[in-house]
Design a binder for this molecule. Structure first.
Ligand code: ZN
Length: 417
């Protein structure tokens, strides 16, 4: 095991740890740890809500989930010699849940969760169909996830960090704030909001204090969206073996990471989220001096995915086009066509006895594939969603004998508020 340069105590809150990380992007957050190109090291990560979501059969914690507190990130790590314009090579040497035998109270200790936010608290990809808060608990055994809330399903997880990235420069941060604020201004009272503006409340900024803290808290970018620095990209294929090339915008690069997932379907459509957990990630870092110009990377990370994906060979796929549920034709709207593909998959799975929310949770958590199959055939884009048939312990394909009926069990807990 590589040396753990960022140990976290699972019994303590994020702000009570030896190193205090951060939950906003700002160039002034000081590096907690310095590493050299060529170093291999371990980093512990808290689950994204810092323990606010518990292993029980109620979704009230998801209903009241404090979005102002996320994501709790480990770091920043300064990389010696990194300068703006370089590419930072980050290899994911290993990644997994909290390595201990005993199950414990923190997600990652033998279990994880998938939630759906209430529409009034962030919503999700299908918030019009699922406006309430829900939660599913998944139990881990080795690489396999099962849930007492979703019978008849077990699958091999695709373990990855949802969030990793370098610090923005002051100029880049200002650009983010300008463009996102302009978007919010087009419909400032929308529920859920169009974007999340800087929010000093609950900001955590490493070792910053006093006026420096106040300034960074007022300016710091929220961590929910992916941006030029990588960030919350939620790419399920960032598995062990992945190599990422991040643009460097500040001296030292200031790499941070968190939001570990035991598994996730493409799109992380449930938003709260994939299968969320705390855990560890082993990294190797290196630099390509001047690599941004050399390789034409003006912004946005490039990567080579790992090769430890679950081995599924048969899929049941659903397609959707960009026609609303009310029958309105939209123009090449791939977000809508992916929603329609997912809704078709949910409708199908309910014929086997699943509730619609159980089916939604399967799509959010299992390693399903989502694709933009056609984006040019005006007026309809075609999106598709592929479900591995082997995750079900019955035959899920259509047949003349009709759908096998499962016992839905206790079902998915919905928040009572
Ligand atoms: Zn997540």
């Amino acid at each position: 095991m590589p040396k753990n340069l960022y140990p976290l105590d699972s019994t303590k809150k994020f702000t009570d740890q030896m190193y205090v990380g951060h939950n906003r992007w700002h160039p002034d957050v000081p590096a907690n740890v310095t590493v050299k190109p060529g170093d291999v090291f371990r980093v512990d990560c808290r689950e994204w809500f810092d323990g606010a979501i518990v292993n029980d059969d109620s979704a009230d914690d998801v209903l009241n989930a404090p979005l102002s507190t996320v994501h709790v990130l480990s770091g920043p790590f300064a990389v010696e010699g990194a300068e703006p314009g370089d590419l930072l090579i980050v290899d994911i040497v290993d990644v997994g849940p909290i390595p201990q035998e005993d199950s414990g109270p923190l997600a990652g200790q033998g279990w994880g969760y998938t939630g759906v936010f209430a529409k009034s608290n962030g919503g999700g990809f299908l918030t019009d169909q699922f406006p309430d808060a829900y939660k599913v608990i998944w139990d881990f055994r080795g690489q396999t996830a099962t849930s007492r809330h979703i019978p008849g399903v077990s699958f091999t997880g695709i373990v990855h960090p949802g969030l990793m990235g370098t610090a923005p420069s002051a100029e880049l941060l200002a650009k983010w704030t300008q463009r996102e604020t302009a978007l919010i201004a087009t419909d400032p009272n929308r529920v859920p909001p169009l974007a999340l503006p800087p929010l000093p409340q609950d900001a955590i900024l490493g070792t910053l204090s006093g006026a420096d803290f106040d300034n960074a808290a007022a300016e710091g970018a929220r961590t929910a969206p992916p941006r030029e620095n990588g960030g919350n990209q939620d790419i399920k294929n960032f598995t062990k073996g992945t190599r990422v090339f991040y643009p460097v915008f500040v001296p030292g690069a200031k790499l941070s990471m968190g939001d570990l997932h035991f598994s996730q379907g493409d799109g992380e459509i449930t938003f709260c989220g994939a299968i969320e957990m705390g855990g560890f990630i082993d990294l190797h870092v290196d630099l390509i001096k001047g690599g941004m110009e050399t390789y034409g990377v003006s912004e946005n990370a490039i990567f080579m995915p790992g090769n430890v994906d679950p081995q599924y060979s048969q899929w049941l796929a659903f397609s959707g086009t960009c026609v609303t549920l009310d029958g309105e034709q939209k123009y090449l709207d791939s977000h809508l066509s992916y929603q329609r593909a997912c809704l078709h998959a949910i409708d199908y799975l309910t014929t086997f006895g699943y509730s619609a929310i159980q089916a939604y949770m399967i799509l959010g958590a299992a390693p399903i594939e989502g694709r933009l199959s056609g984006v040019v055939d005006i007026p309809n884009s075609c999106s598709t969603v592929y479900i591995p048939t082997a995750i079900f312990d019955f035959d899920v394909a259509p047949s003349a004998s009709g759908p096998h009926q499962i016992d839905p069990g206790m079902g998915v807990p919905m928040a009572q508020g």
